[in-house]
Design a protein around this ligand. Structure first.
Ligand code: GLY
Length: 317
């Protein structure tokens, strides 16, 4: 197989990211992109790259995944994650899991060690025990910011309106989802997404992030996608697969991402963002929220940003 130029695209969630965490959000996605790119440059797989990137984002409390996950209506953490291998179309996901630090690693174990694609709640935690995944005290994943957000938002609806529909933007609180898409030197594509969901969500509510075709999709012949934003809207549009279908019909990655998010906005009034890599290695991203932390690593150049018109570039050593 001919070697190709590795590519990584990262997102740290699409929402009205307040100024006080904007630099931490930029730094988090840059760090994740650098890590994933380093893996790819050393001949690692796209799957290893996206998993490692998402672990970094889950461990960074500024993002709504792993440590820093939003709290549900009962004040508890329930996390969702998925990963997909664009070569085999194998996929693994977990939903409504607690007590573990890195749901993306458990999602990969579901993909590689079971005959299933998705394990939820108690069953997912039982599987984690079987795999000797260390159990953590859920309180160790709760941050002051999440607690404050939970107390402020109280009702799920007001959280959605504030975070995604730009209706209460004066509240400097909120979160949303992390993700990574990578193409390795063999042209293999993988995508991964992880989230704590939306503050005040019902107990047992599952969003788009662990649903293959909604939050995540990868197929080597067309591309890979990871989504962020209002989960119920993303599910209704099957956003990740919708983007892939537009690309399959011949549309460029950037246009496919933009057109799909516009459809989500006009058809179900949902806001969000998505990152993508096409089969030809073309990276793309777009968001319809105020901000989205993103980073791209390609050809030894790292680019990143947060605001709609922001784009910073630096050469990687
Ligand atoms: N996009 C994450 C969620 O709605 O759960």
């Amino acid at each position: 197989m001919n070697k190709v130029e590795p590519v990584v695209v990262i997102h740290g969630g699409a929402w009205a990211i307040p100024e006080n965490i904007s630099d931490a959000s930029r730094n988090g996605v840059k760090l994740a992109a650098r890590k994933a790119y380093e893996i790819l440059k050393h001949g690692g797989s796209a799957l290893d790259a996206v998993e490692a990137a998402v672990v970094i984002l889950e461990d960074e409390p500024v993002f709504d995944a792993g440590k820093g996950s939003c709290l549900n209506a009962a004040g508890l953490i329930e996390m969702d994650a998925s990963i997909m291998d664009g070569t085999s179309l194998k996929a693994g996901a977990v939903a409504a899991v607690a007590n573990i630090s890195n749901p993306i690693c458990l999602a990969r174990m579901v993909m590689e060690q079971t005959d299933h694609c998705l394990l939820v709640g108690e069953g997912a935690n039982m599987f984690a025990n079987e795999c000797n995944v260390p159990s953590v005290d859920p309180s160790s994943l709760v941050t002051e910011a999440c607690l404050e957000e939970w107390q402020t938002f109280e009702k799920y609806k007001s959280a959605v309106d504030s975070l995604f529909n730009n209706q209460i933007t004066s509240l400097p609180l909120g979160h949303d989802t992390v993700g990574a898409v990578a193409m390795d030197a063999n042209g293999r594509i993988a995508a991964a997404t992880s989230t704590g969901g939306i503050t005040g969500k019902r107990v047992g509510r599952v969003g788009d992030s662990p649903l293959i075709g909604s939050g995540t999709y990868a197929i080597d012949e067309i591309g890979g996608v990871s989504c962020t934003g209002h989960g119920e809207s993303i599910i209704k549009i099957c956003l990740a697969k919708h983007i892939i279908c537009l690309m399959e019909s011949g549309m460029k990655a950037q246009e496919a991402v933009e057109q799909s998010l516009q459809l989500m906005n006009s058809r179900v009034k949902g806001a969000g963002g998505a990152i993508c890599i096409s089969a030809s290695g073309e990276p793309a991203f777009h968001f319809t929220t105020e901000r989205m932390a993103w980073a791209i690593a390609k050809a030894d150049v790292l680019s990143w940003g947060l605001d709609p018109k922001e784009s910073n570039v630096e050469k990687m050593a």
